[in-house]
Write a protein that binds this ligand. Structure first.
Ligand code: NAD
Length: 353
């Protein structure tokens, strides 16, 4: 099987690539523009494998995408490339609309033209898996959970751009018959996550002796999923999901942001005690809340569990512990992100488009 993964140098995309390319019968072509969030060093464990290839390209570039499909002839697409950071989308939404909406459109059209010319058997087996977020559903109060039937009500520019992309993917199935599947997943955490996101931001700030900034009073609730559990869910959906369907993915691990940070501080006190003898929790600082900050997300992943038999394997506290252990053991990775040197080695590691 040959997979085209977009955004494979990002946090989840690199976990997808590492997972699939380790399988004997799978080849992966990773298409990534290498924005600030793309880091080829996250692929070092697999970059030498024969089944792996990399193309540096923008998904918004139609001729480049046409060349990728023509040259690599994928059996399936896992589309993860996106602008993903909510705060950046609030500062300016243009890149989000361009990549998440326009880029998804380019990929859908390119995939459709390619798919329509495949032999019958390959046409039937082809899948376009669009990886999306639970944020498209908006915010919840104290109760309830998002199901696949929950109406979209995105509140941030990021969420709105992903919702638009989800609608396009659905329409390309309904209108043209392209065998698409959509997944909407809750907050991921784990190794190789860019240090602007909550968990790595807190870990690295603590290790560098800086304050730990928490929005508002830290009361917002998120459901957390270990990234490898997400990858396994994507594999199930890719192999057995029904075209035209949406599957929610969640970790069944709702936590207030403050609980997450306090839990991390306890682990830090144990695994990386502060030299001053202070508890890391003493550096928690509440900062002005994000505008339009959704209060609570919770995902009902019952459809994925009952139809495809998926369950998350990582308990949140264990996952947090192994994530912290990874950041402690891989200082090089995040120090090179912090000082910008991870961007210096980009050229010469693949084809330029
Ligand atoms: P990320 O920001 O870590 O990585 C995004 C990747 O996409 C980067 O490698 C970047 O270089 C690449 N990219 C951006 N614009 C591109 C373009 N125009 N052309 C080609 N490549 C481009 O993101 P992530 O956290 O790994 O998320 C991956 C996907 O999963 C996204 O679609 C996101 O919406 C979705 N998602 C993320 C989470 C989460 O908690 N992180 C949860 C649910 C869904």
């Amino acid at each position: 099987m040959k997979l085209l993964v977009t955004g494979g140098a990002g946090f989840i995309g690199s976990a997808v690539v590492r997972h699939f390319v380790a399988q004997d019968d799978v080849e992966v072509v990773n298409v990534d523009k290498l924005t600030y969030a793309g880091n080829l060093e996250s692929l070092e464990p697999v970059a030498h494998l024969r089944g792996y290839s990399f193309v540096q390209a923008d998904i918004c570039n139609t001729p480049a995408m046409q060349r990728v499909f023509r040259q690599h002839r994928p059996d399936a697409v896992l589309h993860l490339a996106a602008e993903t950071h909510v705060d950046r989308s609030i500062d300016g939404a243009a890149d989000f609309l361009h990549t998440n909406v326009q880029g998804t459109h380019v990929l859908l059209d390119t995939a459709r033209a390619y798919w329509s010319e495949l032999e019958e058997a390959q046409r039937k087996a082809f899948r376009f898996l669009h990886v999306s977020t639970d944020e498209v559903y908006g915010a919840l109060g104290d109760d309830g959970a998002f199901t696949e039937g929950t109406a979209f009500a995105p509140n941030s520019p990021y969420a709105a751009s992903k919702a638009a992309a989800d609608h396009l993917v659905r329409a390309w199935h309904r209108t043209y018959g392209l065998p698409t599947v959509i997944t909407n997943c809750s907050n991921n955490y784990g190794p190789y996550q860019f240090p602007e996101k909550l968990i790595p931001l807190m870990i690295i700030s603590a290790l560098e002796g800086r304050d730990l900034p928490v929005y508002g009073q830290g009361r917002n609730v998120r459901d957390w999923l270990y990234v490898d559990d997400h990858v396994e869910a994507l594999e199930r959906v890719l192999l057995a999901g029904r075209p035209g369907e949406t599957y929610n993915i969640g970790g069944d691990a709702e936590r207030r942001n403050l609980e997450v940070v306090q839990g991390l501080c306890r682990l830090l006190d144990e695994l990386a005690p502060d030299t001053s003898g202070q508890s890391h929790a003493e550096r928690i600082r509440f900062v002005t809340d994000r505008p339009g900050h959704d209060f609570r997300y919770a995902v009902d992943a019952g459809k994925l569990q009952s139809e495809l038999g998926w369950r998350p394997r990582h308990d949140f506290e264990d996952g947090l512990r192994s994530t912290l252990a990874w950041y402690l053991e891989n200082r090089d990775w995040w120090e090179r992100v912090r000082d910008g040197s991870y961007q210096g080695e980009r050229l010469g590691m693949g084809n330029m488009e």
